[in-house]
Design a protein around this ligand. Sequence first.
Ligand SMILES: NC(=O)N[C@@H](CC(=O)O)C(=O)O
Ligand SMILES: [Zn+2]
Ligand SMILES: [Zn+2]
Length: 347
Amino acid sequence: MNSLTIRRPDDWHLHLRDGAMMEGVIGDSARHFARAIIMPNLVPPVVTALDAEAYRNRIREAVPAGMSFTPLMTLYLTETTEPADVASAFSEGLIKAVKLYPAGATTNSASGVRNIDNAMPVLEKMAEIGLNLCVHGEVTDKDVDIFDREAVFIETVLDKIRWRLPELKITMEHVTTRDGVDYIKGARKNLAGSLTTHHLIINRNDILVGGIRPHYYCLPVAKREEHRKALVAAATSGDKRFFLGTDSAPHVDPAKECGCGCAGIYTAPNTMSCLAHVFENEDALDKLEAFASLNGPAWYGLKPNEETITLVKRDEPVEYPEKRETGAGPVTVFDPKFPLYWDVETA
Ligand SMILES: NC(=O)N[C@@H](CC(=O)O)C(=O)O
Ligand SMILES: [Zn+2]
Ligand SMILES: [Zn+2]
């Protein structure tokens, strides 16, 4: 197969940042994706409905002329979030989800939740009104090894929340382990998982063998090869509970290439090419549309996009910029370490 037309994809986990960085990166998402769930971990975070509305307006203004792109907003859950504010933001159609960051788990998560009990009133309200909770699923205990933090979170936090609130719809974001995949598959209802582009491609060796590679460092950190394989199997299975959330997370190069580099991989420019490659390798190109364009909208109660995109397999590798130059500084684009032949055809 040398050409594949699918419904226009959406990105169910995206960091656009703000200001000059957003101006520099938003086109890379808007070029291929119709909609995206926008992560709220700005500094300061997007906590209230008012914050979300102002951020949504800034995003709309930053969309390059001639492109159409719909931001689906989220609120950053804190221990003082007001259930009523969340509920009205949802009923007005302003937000599609609330995001739980365990405090200290990842980039800009300092205002996140320390004790989940303090967030229960909000979670109860969300379960009642049918509002989705997106979860960064890692514990932060210093005693838990970083490679085990997702599995331990499932056992000690996520499973508890689900027992207490079986009606709460939860998206486990950026699943990185077989444990995560199995847990989602074993759930009878109200649980789905987003999978990133990079976790389908890299394992922990890619970060550490032959030298430390900061541009492959993200959270949750990539795991062993057996886990990557489980993620690929889930993504290419067609199972409706798994869908694309790129977690494209731009940071300027100096913030990653330093003594304490931050977490996040920038995959927006070449995600569709990478995915086509991965799905073709699994002989599963026929499942790409479900993963990138159908399962996500179904989970969020939205219609799939009417427009389509066409992926074309070129004879020569497709060129991508190594870096995206932004007003905030250069951002290195994800390097899958194999040539990409699949290209998104532009009209
Ligand atoms: N994934 C990452 O490594 N980083 C994200 C935060 C997140 O999604 O956890 C970021 O905001 O940079
Ligand atoms: Zn995260
Ligand atoms: Zn993220």
